[in-house]
Design a binder for this molecule. Structure first.
Ligand SMILES: NC(=O)c1ccc[n+]([C@@H]2O[C@H](COP(=O)([O-])OP(=O)(O)OC[C@H]3O[C@@H](n4cnc5c(N)ncnc54)[C@H](O)[C@@H]3O)[C@@H](O)[C@H]2O)c1
Length: 253
């Protein structure tokens, strides 16, 4: 049997309409997982759905929910469990970054970041964990960020949400390990997506970023997706409470 085989596993990916979420969903589908694609109701999941269908000939399920809304999470989890009985792999990828220096952060900016980047993923994990416990197997994988391990001027709220995610991973991983569940995160450096494109198009910012990455280049969606496949696999059963940096060395110095 091949390494990192996910046949028979059900994987739910949030923020799957584009960017890292789309790449991770496609990579998990290529490994054999059945996909539940989720994003905000106003964001079309069609492109990801068609990519998966074209490559694997399987149809993904769609779960339009806004992770800031606990009622939508409750209702969405109920629907997924009614259809599949359980989710084996939860990828908490949905996230926002609306940079503002500390002196300019307002309550709306603060709440938006925490509800999206921290609370949404926590509630999904909390509500899907009982079925994982029953199955004695589960994977909760957050896309945190190198920004949870270092400070980046101009984005204190984003950095603090990613630090919070890394602490959730450590603590939930300890609580749930006895049930065969691992909880980990992936901490990417900059990848060009809708989230980062405008800033990376500014020559000064790009120079700052590349000057910090010893590898001398940005990361790719495929490199982040590869880490997700590994952490989702049975081969990673003893990797728990860990944040896997895919940062070309940024956080090492
Ligand atoms: N791109 C990078 O350089 C980078 C680096 C480190 C970490 N990350 C993290 O990776 C994750 C994905 O980022 P990306 O670069 O693909 O960004 P992106 O903006 O391309 O995609 C994010 C997706 O999340 C969805 N989303 C946002 N708010 C949501 C909500 N309230 N409910 C449901 N879905 C919501 C968006 O609709 C979008 O499809 C984020 O958590 C981000 O913080 C990205």
């Amino acid at each position: 049997m091949s390494l990192f085989d996910l046949n028979g596993k059900v994987a739910l990916v949030t923020g799957a309409a584009t960017g890292l979420g789309q790449g991770i969903a496609l990579a998990l589908a290529r490994q054999g997982a059945t996909l539940v694609l989720s994003d905000k109701p106003e964001c079309s999941l069609k492109e990801t759905f068609l990519l998966i269908q074209k490559e694997t000939e399987w149809e993904a399920a769609l779960l339009p929910i806004d992770v800031r809304d606990p009622a939508q999470i409750d209702e969405g989890v109920t629907r997924v469990l009614a259809s599949f009985g359980r989710v084996d792999v939860l990828i908490n990828n949905a996230g926002i970054n609306r940079p503002k220096p500390g002196l300019e952060v307002d309550l709306e900016n603060w709440e938006d970041h925490y509800q999206t980047n921290v609370r949404g993923g926590f509630l999904l994990a909390q509500k899907l964990a009982p079925a994982m416990i029953e199955a004695k197997w589960g994977r909760v994988i957050w896309i945190s960020s190198q920004s949870g391990l270092i400070g980046i001027p101009g984005q204190p709220v984003y950095c603090s949400t990613k630090g919070a995610v890394i602490q959730l991973v450590r603590t939930l991983g300890v609580e749930w390990a006895k049930h065969g569940i691992t909880v980990n995160s992936i901490a990417p450096t900059f990848v060009e997506t809708n989230l980062t494109r405008r800033r990376l198009q500014q020559p000064e910012f790009l120079e700052f970023v590349l000057g910090k990455i010893p590898a001398g280049r940005l990361a790719t969606v495929e490199e982040i997706a590869a880490a997700a496949i590994f952490l989702a696999s049975k081969e990673a059963s003893m990797v728990n409470c860990h944040t896997l940096c895919v940062d070309g060395g940024w956080t090492a110095w």
